[in-house]
Design a binder for this molecule. Structure first.
Ligand code: GRF
Length: 218
């Protein structure tokens, strides 16, 4: 990227795409400082429809069309690379990307996860938070490494679990939290304030001890 060029996001999203929509809207308000260059999905998802509605190039890449994970990842990697991304954003992308993909785009893949990582990696986080009786829940944006949901955190938002919360209400409130922190994480990367280098997240050149911590009061 040279000065004055937009910061190019390529977003990978499998499902409903509400975070994708939030990022598209954010980029649209940025006066072309941040641009969503393309959206890829492994499903014929709502995400693709959202991208097309916003006139963002949208591509469906089905795993069924490839013999194995390595072939899928290689094809996805080629297609993503052709979009010249500054940042690859996993926004509800429900496939695990292999080592080769992660290495190819080292230091410029981020993911949003609906939990206070390192607590509750993987799926069904809201259900698991309730089962564990946790007082707090939230969401984390982190750099992607080859270990699932384990890369260094960029920003994390905590919120209280309420007495009458169920899975649906938690999911809705975590989404609200996600809409707050995901654009901010993109912004931290776009401005270069936060960087991922040699396995370490840096804040203005200084090693981070963890994600930027914020809280949601509602
Ligand atoms: C979000 O909760 C995100 O944290 C998780 O997948 C969900 C995607 O939701 N990785 P949406 O498709 O953005 O509505």
């Amino acid at each position: 990227m040279t000065a004055g060029d937009p910061y190019r996001l390529v977003i990978l999203s499998s499902g409903t795409g509400t975070n994708l929509q939030n990022l598209i809207d954010y980029a649209a308000r940025s006066n072309d400082r941040i641009r969503v260059s393309a959206v890829f999905s492994d499903q014929r998802s709502r995400s693709l429809a959202r991208a097309r509605a916003a006139e963002v190039p949208a591509h469906h890449l089905s795993a069924k069309d490839f013999p194995d994970r390595a072939a899928y990842d290689a094809a996805l990697g080629d297609a993503v690379a052709a979009c010249r991304p500054d940042l690859i954003v996993l926004s509800g992308f429900m496939r695990i990307l292999g080592e080769a993909f992660v290495a190819r785009f080292a230091d410029r893949i981020i993911n949003i996860h609906p939990s206070l990582l390192p607590r509750f990696t993987g799926l069904h986080t809201h259900r698991r938070v309730l089962a564990a009786g946790d007082e707090f829940h939230g969401a984390t944006v982190h750099f992607v490494t080859e270990d699932l949901d384990a890369g260094p955190g960029i920003i994390q938002c905590r919120m209280a679990v309420l007495q009458d919360d169920d899975e649906a209400s938690l999911q809705a409130r975590v989404h609200e939290v996600e809409y707050m922190i995901f654009p901010r994480a993109v912004e931290l990367c776009a401005t270069g304030l936060v960087k991922f280098s040699d396995g370490e997240a840096l804040f203005d050149g200084m090693p981070m001890h963890g994600p930027v911590l914020v809280k949601h009061e509602r």
